[in-house]
Design a protein around this ligand. Structure first.
Ligand SMILES: Nc1ncnc2c1ncn2[C@@H]1O[C@H](COP(=O)(O)OP(=O)(O)OP(=O)(O)O)[C@@H](O)[C@H]1O
Ligand SMILES: [Mg+2]
Length: 384
């Protein structure tokens, strides 16, 4: 049985690589037809949250091209639609969007070729410490200013939930299903969703109660235009220290700025938090017991402070907004559980459940546990 699955694995790998070589050959020909120059494949980007792949090519003069490839059998917004969605951003973010050179299909693949100004995104550049740390703070400040300026100038009071590119009701139910199908140790989360959760000795509400509270997110009073997934791995840092937004799958009008802000703020946590030991995750007497210790480093604090400061510069945040940002934040933590396998970080599952639980509990009790919820602080240095 084991032998067979190993063999199947090897065969699948060979087949995948063969498909890759085949597709690389096709792209090579395509690039030659489009730009009249021989291009060489030199880099493939790391995994995002989906099975699409991005290959980088260089021409004879070292000009770079990014080729995004999606398998049309895998359900995802089509690349053609992604490019159309990107156009909603062009009036606001000129100079921060790479030009599209080609979109088309080949057999069961969709291909999109765009300008490429560097192989690093904000996240890969930051974690490999390529630049001085103040550089990242300055750029983050600049990105947030540009994004929030776009929100401010695109405010539309005729907000319609069903026109939001990231429809809440659908998203919450997608995340709920994904979380409930996940497993940790021998437990399927669905089977323990009604258990009260004890985190580091203190009792909190169950996962079902957390989802019920998340469903209380109110409608925003206005919609805004936004990128839709504004997170550091979708920001390309160029060799000339400029930044560009990619991955426009959810871009468009009628976004909820509280959801967008929760990602700008909370993304640092889900990618950059460290855990001290393997967490404990036990079910006893119908209670889920989770014990863990995390290190929230100064970088996360700094990026979050910059986010808060810029938010305050452009928007007045009501108590309701603050609560809804926290609901979105809890949803972000829970949603990332679905990607832990791809990221090879299985032991973050108890932490994401724990922090989502505490974030929702904070809405009611404002407890003083060390928490990864959103609080509207207003300190920090200027980076302009
Ligand atoms: N034009 C580009 N120039 C440089 N790098 C790019 C470009 N487009 C994509 N990348 C790199 O490839 C990575 C993955 O691309 P992208 O974000 O578009 O897709 P994804 O997040 O993997 O998938 P999906 O859009 O399906 O969620 C990015 O994080 C970025 O590092
Ligand atoms: Mg992406």
């Amino acid at each position: 049985m084991k032998k067979n699955s190993l063999k199947e694995n090897i065969i699948t790998n060979i087949f995948d690589n063969y498909k890759d070589i085949n597709i690389l050959y096709i792209i090579n020909k395509l690039l030659y037809t489009l730009i009249g120059k021989e291009c060489k494949f030199f880099y493939i980007s790391g995994p995002g949250s989906s099975p699409s792949k991005v290959y980088m090519f260089k021409d004879e003069e070292s000009k770079m091209y990014a080729v995004k490839i999606c398998d049309t059998n895998i359900s995802r917004v089509s690349l053609l639609k992604e490019v159309n969605n990107m156009e909603s951003l062009t009036p606001y973010l000129k100079g921060h969007l790479p030009k599209i050179i080609y979109v088309g299909t080949y057999e069961n693949y969709e291909l999109m070729i765009s300008e490429c100004f560097g192989i690093d995104n904000f996240y890969t550049s930051l974690i490999s410490c390529k630049k001085p740390i103040n550089y990242y703070f300055k750029i983050w400040n600049n990105i947030l200013n540009e994004i929030m300026k776009m929100w401010k100038t695109s405010i539309d009071y005729d907000y319609k939930q069903n026109k939001n590119p990231r429809n809440n009701t659908e998203r919450i139910s997608r995340i709920e299903n994904g979380v409930f199908c996940s497993k940790y140790n021998e437990y399927k989360l669905k089977s323990i969703s009604d258990c009260k959760i004890i985190i580091n000795g203190k009792e909190y509400q169950s996962l079902n109660d957390t989802f019920d509270e998340i469903k209380n997110i109110s409608s925003p009073t206005f919609g805004i235009t936004c990128h839709g997934d504004p997170q550091p791995s979708n920001i390309i840092i160029s060799n000339k220290n400029k930044w560009y937004l990619v991955d426009w799958e959810w871009s468009g009008k009628n976004h909820d700025f509280r959801l967008m802000f929760s990602h700008l703020y909370g993304w640092w946590v889900t990618r950059m938090i460290n855990i001290k030991n393997t967490p404990e995750f036990i079910v006893e007497n119908n209670k889920l017991i989770i014990n863990y210790e995390i290190c929230k480093n100064e970088l996360i604090d700094k990026f979050q402070l910059i986010s808060n400061k810029v938010l305050k510069k452009y928007f007045d945040i009501s108590v309701q907004d603050e609560k809804d940002i926290n609901r979105f934040l809890a949803l972000l933590y829970l949603g990332d559980i679905r990607f832990l396998d791809i990221w090879d970080k299985p032991d973050y599952l108890p932490i994401l459940i724990g922090e989502a639980t505490k974030t929702i509990n904070y809405l009611k009790f404002q407890s003083e546990d060390i928490n990864l919820n959103f609080t509207y602080k207003n300190e920090g240095d200027e980076y302009e």
